[in-house]
Design a protein around this ligand. Sequence first.
Ligand code: AMP
Ligand code: MG
Length: 293
Amino acid sequence: MTIKRKLAAAYRVESGKGFRLKKYDPGDTAGLREEDAQEHLQHSISQMEEMQNKLYAQDRWSLLLIFQAMDAAGKDGAIKHVLSGVNPQGCDVHSFKVPSEEELDHDYLWRSVKRLPERGKIGIFNRSYYEEVLVVRVHPEVLSREKMPPQLIGKDLWQERFQDIRHFEKYLAHNGTVIRKFFLHLSKGEQKQRFLARLDEPEKNWKFSAADVREREYWDEYMTAYEDLIRNTATKHSPWYVIPADHKWFTRLVVASVIVETLESLKLQYPRVSAEQRKALQAARKELDRKSA
Ligand code: AMP
Ligand code: MG
C-alpha cells in the first residue's frame, strides 16, 4: 500500500458507530519526519494538478471538500498549501461566516446549496452547514436568532439536523458530487500556543481575536458536539477524516493524501473523441494548412 493510501485510511471514519474522539491523538505524525513529508506533499500536489485537469475536461463529477475545526487549527493554511497546484479556474473556495439577515430568512442549507461546486470543479467549504450542529448547539442564543417556528424546536432537533445532513449528502452523492469532510483535530494546549504566537508576532496580530479566546471556555462542549456529529454523519460515500492538527506539516500531508486518493478512485479520463469528431478535427487541420497565414 502506498503511503498516501495508508494515511488516508488511518484517519478515515466511514461509519460513526462507536466513534470515540479520544482514540485520536492530535499530536500523531504516523512516525514520519517533517523532511520526508515535504517530498510526499509535493508529489501529491503535482498528481492533483493532473487529475484536476481531467476532472474539469470530463465535466461529470464534482468534488466538495469540507473543512471544520476549532480556531487556529490550520484550516486556512491547509487549504492554501494543499491546493497550491490546482488551477484557480477549476476551484471555488467559500468561507462560511455568521449568517446574514437574508440567509437567516431561509432554511439553513440554503446558503450552502448556492455554493455547491459545478460538475468538473472542486469546491471548498471553509466551515459549512456543520456549524449548525456545532456553534448553534453550543450557544442556544444562536439558535434563537434563526427564526425557526418555536413548535419545531423540540428535543429531537439535533437528530433531525443530522438526518437532514445525511439525506442531503446522499442526494449529492447520487448526483455525482463526491464529498470528503476534514476535521482538523487540534489539542487545547497547542491552540493556546498558537494564540500566544498571534499576540507575540506582529505579523500575526491581525489574526488574534479576543472572542476566539473566550470560545476556549466551551472547548469540552465543542468536542462533545464534534464527536456526536461524526457519529451521526460519517458514511461510506461521505466520510469524515479526523486529522491530527498539532503539526501543520502533517495535517497538510494527510489532507493532500486524501484528495489524491479520492481523485484516483474516480478513474478520471480525458473525454474520448468519436470517429466523427476525429474527422472534424482532421478537416479543421486541412483548412488551417490551406490558409497560408
Ligand atoms: P472565522 O471563519 O474564524 O473568521 O469566523 C467565522 C465565524 O462564523 C465563526 O465564529 C463561526 O462559528 C461562525 N459561523 C459560521 N457558520 C455559522 C452558522 N451557521 N451560525 C452561526 N455562526 C456561524
Ligand atoms: Mg476565527
